[in-house]
Design a protein around this ligand. Sequence first.
Ligand code: ZN
Ligand code: FE
Length: 266
Amino acid sequence: GHTITSDCDITMPLELVTLPCLADNYAYLLHNAETGQTALIDAPDAAPIRAALAERGWGLELILLTHHHPDHIDGVEPLREAFGAKVVGAAADAHRLPKLDLAVQDGDVIDVLGLKAHVIDVSGHTLGHIALHLPEIGTVFTADSLMALGCGRLFEGTPDQMWQSLCKLRALPADTLVCSGHEYTASNARFALTVEPGNAALSARTKDIAAKRARGEATVPSLLSEEIATNPFLRADLPEVKAAIGMAGASDVAVFAEIRGRKDRF
Ligand code: ZN
Ligand code: FE
């Protein structure tokens, strides 16, 4: 577990567990040791989540869903049944999510284990994808919007929507912990180096990622500051990135769309 030691104005002891599920998904458990309550962010598969809860003697009070894809929701019903957990997701996606106890939208602030969670619409990968930002613990759950060294493929949204979504996330405090939904980082790094072969921070991070994967460790969560320095999808507005892909002077969105297109074909 990752014990959150952020020196924010909270006194409760919180633990964050990054949980591998399915082939390359991540779910996250957030546990408040004071109240004994636990929240889950995304439910790819009930079995590993139940095992992780059982191992720690935790129940499950809350399930927060980022978007409707099966690899993020398929574990909901067995977990709801086993623990009586309440399920929260985007109102815009209520028709294609498991039954919601609370439907939320951009700008809402909800209670998660006694902490404030800000709902941010981050449409692009899907329409209705949300991120949850918990400023008191400096953590944002982004699933398939902003990912470690990447971003989700544009299945439903336009490049402009995803670029706007990424800009909202980029504007969070730089020391925010980014909890994303997949272990795609090594492949993302190989692609990122084709965009910015001269980015020294990216080269260093790529080595670090390879070492982590060799040890069987997760490369998430990551720090927003590292993403800002190395993630090509957050850097589409920089003159040096535009120049590096032969698009000097092009619009930010056009450059983002080109980088996303290249990644699709990578
Ligand atoms: Zn997805
Ligand atoms: Fe996914």
